[in-house]
Design a protein around this ligand. Structure first.
Ligand SMILES: [Zn+2]
Ligand SMILES: [Zn+2]
Length: 659
């Protein structure tokens, strides 16, 4: 009992908390010491930045992050472990199966399997799902065992699995581990979930062929794809979401509704915004302008190009060069298309001498940026080469930082409310103290201080957030905002960053209270992200049924026959005078066809005019997707609709009225 402390290790948690545990404690034991509820959710653990089994003993002082389903690495461990479970089921049903590799992928997992001459059918997949559910219920632990190479080779020789023997060739003694769960043993580095019981729902989604090692000279293996979840509810939601998201694909809707298009002659990743898309863009910018003006921002406009020197100063060159378009040379000087607006805004800050009285200075611009995305990465509006960003930079004194950061968060929440975004999470990315001076600017105190400020603000504002170690920007902690569309698909909307490096690089200064020069802190923020990604998100979110204020065409007048065209024209003029986007369907079609087509075009309001309406100087109102809304005078309608637009309501509560 000379010194008990030598038998204890110090564990540092992501929030900076430090606790002591006996040497050899496992992440699972540590989780249990915090709460049983937490322990039940633990999938794996990140120890000193490395993902490991939660059951492995920790030998020395370490940083520890407990991984659950909500962490990306937790999910991939869960899915990879499910691939083992699927392999176990395959071995039950096809005892001669041989296994190559079974990784987690973006949405689930697969395993490449040699089934001999056996063709696998959809029916087999259902049988495998049943077997997997049965094996999962047994709640077998994933047990790791380190194995000498000769023993491992003997095991797979005995099993007659030449694929695993091939994998073993590249491995040395000391690098080989087996994992067993239930009756199945696999050669694997790990990590895995604690036991199969965590896998509550499985769906095998696809069968494909895959050449061994990707070489078409080799034998073709069967690749089985699947996805799994910690609850049946999550699987049901996933299935519904996949079906619905096909219908709501922003590329399909964007074309149907005349929002955007691409043209080969313009170039890949360079969307052309059509008139309907441009209306949405202008409405979003109007919202941003109003909101920012109230929040004390000033708008600026900057060129789309700048000299090489500016990007050397900012550090975009050479670090970000791969994401920039190649330079163009003019008068012996290289110019680059801007990939970010920040440096231009910093130059506006530097253009005048600033005192502490001028701060905070908030400069906003819907800036156009160009980024060189690989052509394989381009995807509809989600990954493009030309983007319009809801950008702003806030230059402030350290003492002002808290209030400014809070105001930015409030702005995000305000927008979420307008767009009916109920589910969101902020991912707070932190630095790794071991990488100061390399991956992160060497300002240990500023890092600690700003990270604490940001974390405290998130807690205080009750905003759901997760912490991600070692993913901060070079110049400061950042927050990635993830939002979910109405059908539950996740989008990364925007980042919100604290920056204490760019001010120094650009030698930005203000005169402080003591009459000394001081460098401002900078907040980068873009709550509405880019038009491209945000409108892509909105198309899916609303399934193309935009709320009235955003709808490219708000009202369509449908005359029952040509006799009512003059009356329709007079209504059109009144609506246009009231700034309501309106058109007339003047085709000689039956009224039912006109209604159907207008419904399909997702125009929020239809005004039907016939004999009775014309004689009474009234209109019959229909709401898209909701049918008849009763009779009104045009003035009543204009008043109601103008309010709905002004308030940017998501849904119309327009009551049904009799006449
Ligand atoms: Zn494995
Ligand atoms: Zn910026």
């Amino acid at each position: 009992m000379l010194n008990l402390r030598v038998f204890m290790i110090k564990i540092t948690f992501p929030d900076g908390a430090l606790r002591e545990y006996p040497v050899g404690a496992t992440a699972m034991e540590i989780a249990k010491s915090i709460s049983e509820g937490l322990a039940k959710k633990v999938i794996a653990a990140k120890i000193n930045g490395e993902v490991r089994d939660a059951s492995r003993p920790i030998a020395a002082d370490a940083t520890l992050q407990l991984l659950t389903w909500i962490d990306a690495e937790g999910k991939s461990t869960f899915w990879h472990s499910s691939a083992h479970l699927m392999a176990e089921a395959v071995e039950w049903l096809f005892p001669n199966a041989k296994f190559w590799v079974g990784p987690a992928v973006e949405n689930g997992f697969y395993y490449d399997i040699d089934l001999g001459d056996r063709q696998i059918s959809e029916e087999d997949l259902r049988k495998l799902e049943v077997k997997m559910a049965e094996l999962a219920k047994q709640n077998n632990a994933y047990i790791r065992k380190e194995i000498p190479k000769d023993e491992a080779v003997a095991y797979f020789e005995n099993k007659g699995d030449e694929y695993k023997l091939d994998l073993l060739q590249g491995l040395k003694d000391g690098e080989i581990s087996f994992y067993s769960q239930g009756g199945f043993t696999d050669l694997c580095r790990g990590p895995h979930i604690p036991s199969t019981g965590l896998i509550k729902a499985v769906k095998l989604t696809n069968i494909a062929g895959a050449y061994w090692k990707g070489d078409e000279q080799n034998k073709q293996l069967t690749r089985l794809y699947g996805v799994s979840f910690p609850s049946q509810k999550e699987l049901d939601e996933y299935t519904a979401m996949m079906e619905e998201s096909k219908k709501r694909d922003h590329r399909k809707l964007g074309k149907e509704l005349g929002i955007f298009c691409f043209d080969d002659d313009v170039g890949p990743g360079l969307p052309l915004w059509m008139p309907n898309g441009t209306i949405i863009i202008e409405e979003l910018e109007k919202l941003a302008k109003e909101t920012e003006q109230k929040a004390g921002y000033q708008r600026v406009v900057t060129p789309h190009i700048a000299k090489e020197q500016m990007y050397l100063t900012s550090g975009h060159l050479p670090y970000y060069k791969d994401s920039m378009f190649p330079p163009m040379e003019m008068d012996g000087v290289k110019y680059y298309l801007k990939s970010m607006n920040c440096p231009h805004h910093h130059k506006i800050f530097a253009a005048e001498s600033r005192s502490y009285k001028d701060l905070p200075l908030r400069l906003a611009e819907y800036g156009t940026c160009y980024r060189y995305e690989q052509s394989g990465e381009l995807f509809g509006l989600m990954r493009v080469r030309c983007l319009h960003m809801n950008d702003a930079h806030i230059y402030c004194i350290k003492e002002q930082f808290g209030a400014e950061f809070r105001a930015v968060n409030d702005m995000y929440l305000k927008y979420f409310k307008i767009f009916g975004i109920d589910k969101y999470v902020m991912r707070l990315s932190l630095h790794d103290p071991a990488k100061l001076g390399q991956k992160y600017i060497d300002e240990p105190e500023l890092w600690k201080e700003t990270e604490k400020m940001v974390r405290d603000l998130l807690i205080e504002s009750n905003i759901p957030y997760v912490e991600v170690p070692d993913e901060a920007a070079f110049y400061g902690p950042k927050i990635d905002v993830q939002i979910w569309s109405t059908i539950g698909r996740e989008f990364t909307l925007a980042t919100n960053q604290v920056d204490f490096a760019q001010g120094l690089r650009f030698k930005l200064e203000f005169t402080n209270r003591d009459n000394h020069p001081e460098t401002p802190l900078i907040i980068h923020r873009a709550p509405l992200g880019t038009h491209e990604r945000f409108i892509g998100f909105l198309l899916e979110h609303y399934a193309g049924r935009f709320p009235l204020w955003l709808a490219p065409l708000q009202v369509k007048i449908l005359p029952i026959s040509d006799r009512f065209l003059d009356y329709a024209q007079s209504l059109l003029q009144s609506l246009k005078n009231a700034d309501i986007r309106t058109a007339i369907d003047d085709r000689s079609e039956k009224i039912n066809k006109k209604i159907r087509d207008t419904e399909l075009a997702r125009v929020p309001y239809m005004l039907i005019v016939g004999e009775k309406e014309m004689n009474d100087k009234k209109i019959s109102v229909r709401r898209q997707g909701k049918g008849d809304q009763g009779i009104r005078s045009i003035d009543e309608f204009i008043q109601e609709v103008s309010e709905e637009i002004k308030e940017r309501r998501g849904e119309s509560p327009l009551p049904i009225q009799g006449n």
